[in-house]
Design a protein around this ligand. Structure first.
Ligand SMILES: [Zn+2]
Length: 431
């Protein structure tokens, strides 16, 4: 297919240029202003609209999609641990096969509407562990998304459930080793809900399958305190001792890392994720993003997968903090695409010959000149997810003119509302 009359918009490299794009199979096979249609080739004239690489949400939780508008506990949680205990650890226990599926489906629909083509998800459903990642994959596939999935291993529910979590990760990793759209990771909740033995088992599994561990790190000071008091260590120190730190590993939040912990994480080439909206909402503190190194990315941590909005939050939180150290926003914004390039061993995040055709068509009409040097200004102050018009994943259109192809969105959302009601009722009975 030939996409005619487009404007490529990328931040790395910084470019906005009029051109044409040829898609063959799942990849971009040619790019150039003088490309002419081949015989029998489908030609789509995009009338000068912007084409961007698909956005990547590098740390999220689809399982929280049905929590929007949920009644809050009678007594409001007063700290991070209480937020987990009173809200999220009730919600995840209440999830069953149906609600896991509709959480994933509702979240995936919203993601595609925001131009997010890949989710790096971290799942928990202690009452329904086995096969849970397949349910998420099924829902994401239905929408046409790409995913990197894992189940969060924890000691919270005892050894049996911990082992079920480990087994679910391994099963999914093996089943998806060569899948075109999905990969498995080793999920781990956080050091403060895991013994050294449990952390080590995750480290071993990641080594065995040449993958990484996806874990929450020092999101709140309670994680730091736990490592100090119970293990006379730091959080990163425990992860290192249990062989979790490696180049594939994803460390989410990293709000309270010390300079020494940053050094260790960076020396081991881990990915560090910034989750500004969630950190602000949970009032856990402001991460030292300027110390995150070169392998950093943005994740919404369960908020809708609107990566433009997450970038804006990252930017304005930094401004408001009055911290002078610079953040490389281009690296932060494009990091997720680099992460999945590593994971899938293909080129994401660029629009050139050989890149995977995960593309977003945006109907953004700039009111001021848009040139190579001010793209970030347009990205952070102008472009919105409502400008996303069409989305392509792996060379196939999954959304056209804001309509997701091949599914009845209204019908699905009506069902997800029913599923949410059921979930909330179940949680109410638990309190
Ligand atoms: Zn998270």
């Amino acid at each position: 297919m030939l996409l005619k009359n487009i404007r490529i918009f990328t931040l790395a490299p910084a470019q906005v240029k009029k051109t044409n794009l040829r898609i063959t199979g799942s990849v971009i096979s040619a790019e150039g202003p003088s490309l002419k249609p081949l015989k029998d080739e489908k030609v789509i004239d995009l009338e000068g609209k912007l084409v961007l690489p698909g956005f990547v949400n590098a740390h999220t939780h689809l399982y929280s999609s049905l929590s929007r508008g949920m009644p809050m506990p009678a007594e409001a949680p007063s700290n991070f641990l209480e937020i987990l205990e009173k809200i999220w650890w009730k919600l995840d226990i209440a999830l069953d096969e149906q609600t896991i599926y509709y959480s994933a489906l509702a979240g995936a629909i919203e993601a595609i509407k925001c131009g997010t083509t890949t989710l790096v998800d971290h799942h928990a459903s202690p009452s329904s562990i086995k096969g849970s990642l397949d349910l998420i994959k099924k829902a994401m596939k239905q929408v046409g998304m790409r995913g990197v999935l894992c189940y969060e291993v924890t000691d919270r529910g005892g050894k049996k459930k911990r082992d079920e979590g480990l087994a679910e990760n391994e099963r999914f990793i093996i089943a998806n080793k060569t899948d075109e759209y999905f990969r498995g990771y080793v999920g781990a909740h956080a050091a403060f809900t895991m013994s050294d033995e449990s952390l080590a088992l995750c480290g071993e599994m990641a080594a065995k399958h040449k993958t990484g561990v996806h874990i929450h790190v020092s999101e709140d000071l309670s994680d730091v305190k736990d490592a100090e008091e119970k293990y006379k260590s730091t959080v990163v120190g425990r992860l290192k001792a249990n062989k979790i730190l490696k180049k594939e590993t994803i460390l989410a939040h990293c709000v309270h890392l010390t300079p020494a912990e940053f050094k260790t994480s960076l020396e081991n080439e881990c990915w560090l994720m910034h989750n500004p909206r969630s950190n602000m909402n949970n009032r856990v503190g402001y991460a030292k993003v300027h110390q995150f190194g070169d392998k950093l990315a943005l994740g919404t941590d369960g908020f809708p997968a609107d990566m433009l909005e997450e970038a804006k939050f990252a930017f304005h939180k930094k401004r408001d903090s009055r911290i002078e150290d610079n953040i490389d926003y281009v690296k932060l914004i494009t990091g997720g695409q680099k992460l999945i390039s590593d994971i899938f061993g293909k080129n994401f995040g660029t629009i050139k010959k050989g890149s995977v055709a995960d593309l977003v068509v945006m109907n953004y009409n700039e009111p001021t000149p848009m040139v190579k040097d001010n793209l970030l200004g347009h990205y952070l102050f102008g472009m919105q997810s409502s400008n996303v018009e069409s989305v392509m994943v792996g060379g196939k259109w999954v959304m056209k003119n804001r309509k997701i192809l091949g599914l009845d969105e209204k019908k699905i959302l009506a069902k997800s509302q029913q599923a949410a009601k059921k979930l909330w009722k179940k949680m109410e009975k638990m309190s």
